[in-house]
Design a binder for this molecule. Structure first.
Ligand SMILES: [Zn+2]
Ligand SMILES: [Zn+2]
Ligand SMILES: [Zn+2]
Length: 473
């Protein structure tokens, strides 16, 4: 934690600021979790130690609940799992992930106190719990969790007030962990130093999970004494919606510059302009309403794996949107994103590439140039173009994505390493293409015939984010 110090950030409470100038892509700090658990739904598919998704995990012979890559992961985790293992055996089954996380936090506080290393700037139990701001429904849920906790750990010396405090902390500070390739949210953990980094809708840092630790990385130059910020919400929402989401989940009113100036809201809701003329407000409203309804249907069809329906609905929706909504309109970008993803999955790469390119053009006008979500979208578009045989555009996009990911993810991240090998491949193919186009196309076709391409083109989620998955419903 040499690069940062705690300071009083006024209305925002505590904050972190730099103690020296930082460069783009520089790691501000790394932090292992204080405690973390795998989601209930993935407890048999994800290693409880390193959070990698693997097939054939080894099961803990005693509780039959925890799963590990191998003996090494199991041994590394035993200190953390020991008490959990006994509690699960006593109870006969494991409680939900929130209760498991609260128990791990409390066991660790008991064993090591709330501060486990010199570099930890705040004790876990000093984090905000926002219990006073919680809705009646959330409080009801919290009470049930406290009850389940007492069932699970009947010998705890803590009263229900302190246990509620821990659940409150988890609720607003829990950080979602994704698998090694950032494809799927697999668990939730508590990172005390990270909790001290305040939110800004246009932040100067990004968080990435790499080999089980989080890294805070600078998105651009940051001067000495500047406050460090990350975004807790998706920038692909207008300021009012972001503010609402932040209030609901984190209980504060965002006063950041982007929100006060409604930065880029006009682009996100833009109407189409042709020869200086715009469609009527009424028509724009009507198409927006139609788009929202259509997006709900598209989501439902996708959840039901009805991909032909997703494609059909997306085409219809885009046709209606085309003359009315601008190219940076959020509803258009959402349709383009789903359509390109599903069409790639169906190996209809040409149509997918067209949509992906338009999506990337829109994103580029909205996002910070080093935004991780933008980098991942360009990577996906590049791979789609490559598969469509559009090697020149594809390679260009892959190089661009690589430059962004070197900043947001760093050279050692598995996604960057995947992208690096793709980049070498497309570079070689581009050379071949320039020598002889016919040879290139027949080679490409043969390659696509016998190589499944689902992995790279499947849903690639963006930046790791703060939003905790609510799996308790
Ligand atoms: Zn493992
Ligand atoms: Zn066990
Ligand atoms: Zn804001």
């Amino acid at each position: 934690m040499d690069n940062v110090e705690l300071f009083d950030a006024g209305e925002k409470g505590k904050g972190l600021r730099t103690t020296k100038d930082l460069k783009a892509g520089e790691v501000v700090f790394t932090e292992p979790s204080f405690a973390a658990v795998v989601f209930d739904s993935l407890s048999q598919q994800v290693c409880h130690n390193c959070f990698r998704r693997q097939v054939n995990l080894h099961r803990c012979a005693q509780c039959k609940f925890a799963h590990y890559c191998d003996r090494t992961c199991q041994t590394a985790c035993w200190d953390e799992h020991k008490q959990e293992c006994a509690a699960i055996r006593n109870k006969g089954k494991a409680p939900n992930e929130n209760v498991r996380l609260a128990a791990r936090v409390l066991w660790r506080v008991q064993k090591d106190t709330g501060i486990v290393s010199d570099s930890q700037l705040i004790s876990v139990d000093q984090l905000q719990d926002h219990l006073a701001d919680m809705s009646t429904d959330s409080l009801k849920e919290l009470k049930i969790n406290v009850q389940n906790f007492l069932d699970y750990c009947p010998n705890t010396k803590h009263g229900s007030e302190y246990i509620s405090h821990i659940f409150g902390i988890i609720n607003c500070n829990g950080f979602t962990l994704s698998d090694q390739r950032g494809l799927q949210a697999v668990g939730v953990g508590l990172f005390p130093n990270l909790c001290l980094v305040n939110h800004d809708c246009w932040p100067n840092c990004t968080i990435i999970l790499n080999h089980g630790k989080i890294e805070l990385r600078a998105l651009g130059k940051i001067a000495e004494n500047e406050e460090l910020t990350v975004s807790y919400v998706d920038f692909l929402n207008v300021s009012a919606d972001r503010q609402r989401a932040l209030k609901h989940q984190y209980h504060f009113d965002c006063m950041c510059k982007s929100c006060s100036e409604h930065f880029k809201d006009d682009l996100k809701m833009a109407a189409k302009e042709t020869d200086g003329k715009k469609p009527s407000d009424e028509l724009v409203k009507e198409v927006q309403k139609y788009s929202l309804e259509c997006l709900a249907k598209i989501e439902a069809a996708r959840a039901a794996s009805n991909f032909n329906e997703v494609v059909k609905l997306s085409r219809e929706c885009l046709e209606k949107q085309e003359p009315v909504l601008g190219d940076t309109h959020l509803y258009k970008l959402r349709v383009l994103s789903v359509a390109s993803e599903v069409l790639s999955y169906q190996h209809n790469f040409s149509e997918a590439a067209g949509y992906a390119r338009r999506m990337v053009e829109g994103y580029t006008k909205l996002f910070h140039p080093n935004n991780a979500q933008l980098g991942m979208a360009i990577m996906r578009a590049g791979v789609t173009h490559w598969h469509a045989g559009l090697i020149e555009v594809g390679h260009g996009m892959i190089c661009k994505a690589y430059a962004i990911l070197m900043i947001t993810h760093g050279a050692t991240h598995p996604i960057t390493q995947d992208l690096e090998s793709i980049r070498m491949q497309t570079e070689m193919e581009l050379k071949m293409f320039k020598k002889n186009e016919n040879d290139y196309h027949s080679m490409r076709e043969a390659a696509l015939q016998n190589k499944p391409t689902g992995k790279m083109t499947a849903s690639l989620s963006g930046e790791a984010n703060f939003k905790k998955q609510d799996n308790t419903k």
